[in-house]
Design a protein around this ligand. Sequence first.
Ligand SMILES: Cc1ncc(C[n+]2csc(CCOP(=O)(O)OP(=O)(O)O)c2C)c(N)n1
Ligand SMILES: [Mg+2]
Length: 568
Amino acid sequence: MAQRRNLTAAESFAAALARHGATTVFGQSIPSQIHLAGPSFGIRQVAYRTENAGAAMADGFARISGKVGVVTAQNGPAATLLVPGLAEALTASVPIVAIVQDVARTNLDRNAFQELDHLDLFKGCAKWIRRVNTANRIDDYVDMAFTAAASGRPGPAVLLCPYDLIAEREGPEPRRGASLGAFPLDRTVADPERVARTARMLAEAERPLVVAGGGVHLSGAAAEMAALQERAHLPVATTTMGKGAVDEAHPLSVGPIGYFMGPGGAARYQRGLVDEADVVLFVGTRTNQNGTDSWTLFPNGARFIHLDVDGGEVGRNYESERLVGDAKLTLEALTAALLAGDLGKRRAARKGVEARIAEGRAKHRSEAASLLASDKSPMRPERMMAEMAKLLTPSSIVVADASYASIWTTNYLPSLAAGMRFLAPRGMAGLGWGLPMAMGARLAAPASEVFCLVGDGGFAHVWSELETARRSGIKVILTVLNNQELGYQKHAENALFGAHTDAVDFAPVDHAAVARACGVAGVRVERAQDYAPALREAMAREETTLIDVATDPDAFPPITLFEGRLQA
Ligand SMILES: Cc1ncc(C[n+]2csc(CCOP(=O)(O)OP(=O)(O)O)c2C)c(N)n1
Ligand SMILES: [Mg+2]
């Protein structure tokens, strides 16, 4: 620790970040003095190539570490490139503090170099945006930023730092001592009277269903979700963001539900449980379009209970009994209330529900069997998932980019334990997050094997970060699903309009060669039987490996929109 006397302004900043537990900051040198001061305060800079990717790295780091992600950027054009990543974090409720340099206070509003109204810029994609205007308030503002990011519904906070302020030779004495960098910062439990009432609703229901969203992971509530499932005998489905909330081998796990319950979908034959539910408990989900298959999934006559930390989300799309609070504490209270009451009905129903789920799983397995074992070349993604599934352990982390990659992983890779992590940029479903999010995840969990799957279109947004992985010693096992097209775009156009534009097909790209050019291992896979050995070799390496797999351009994931419109 540096001396606590005579700090420069930049050192005061670094000291405040360190106090909140920041040890890894994603940046590209700027604000330079803060990064120069960082190492004396135990802070490592991981230097991204583009700000887009830096924000996604901070996001992946936060999702896995349970700590607020920190990213820095220069004013103007660099700041604008943070917007996509912060938009994802805002929508997916991931806490990030973005420290953005601003022009010198004396140069405000006189067309200074790369001057931009950052307060306006970030309005649509951050929870909180402020400029620190005097050095002696640095502690106050850094603490406000972390508090905004990590309290309530987590999300991004932006702190603007004038160039001249950071350069001040004399910073303030540190005057705050709290550490606010872990989330959830505050846990509150929902109103006990409502907990008791909703416990009765679940106990007395004919066909109850629980839907676990990403909020379960944000709250660190997987153990409590598993306890509710097992002890109250309740079937649990998950959203894409909630995948991993329960062990999918548990006899009461329904699997992933949403807009991918068409042919081949993992939970296609569980639809009855969803369509016939009379009481639905949502936990930490936005009830968004994809998660509810455009709000078609649950019956009109059902009664809903919605547990969320953000009261504004409760009842947004389904009028609900309100449970506003932290998922972990409130699930614990709900399970206790259920156990204190009469669970006879649930116990009696359990065998039947389990049998129904088992039957649905068996149907899915037989429907998917030939694709899971397909020797076809170019390779079927289902076979890729079958091979990868054999190599996963509960501590593995799977990261998928937007588009088909996140649908293949959600439907065809198993959650092996409550709390296993599957990351995907489902806040915005923006292309390009996969690799940088995986890199952030690996930095947060260096002992976990991180498997990342990306489409060739999405990956093209972030090729440059392969060099970052190499330079910064970050290992991920990256598979590119190289179907040589913007698959989702092309297939959706075909399904909706019967034709596609000329934007959706690519010239061939050798991604393995791109990887080797950046100094990481690159392997090309043309035949199905070569994928598993390539994965195993990648696991044995210390460094990042890119596996470029030639995949079937006509492999359609189980998106319900495609049903009856596209022929495989
Ligand atoms: C930043 C961004 N741009 C455009 C889109 C629209 N979009 C959604 S899926 C998709 C195709 C993605 O292609 P690729 O990454 O190769 O994956 P594939 O569907 O082929 O597996 C596009 C263009 C988006 N989601 N995000
Ligand atoms: Mg593609």
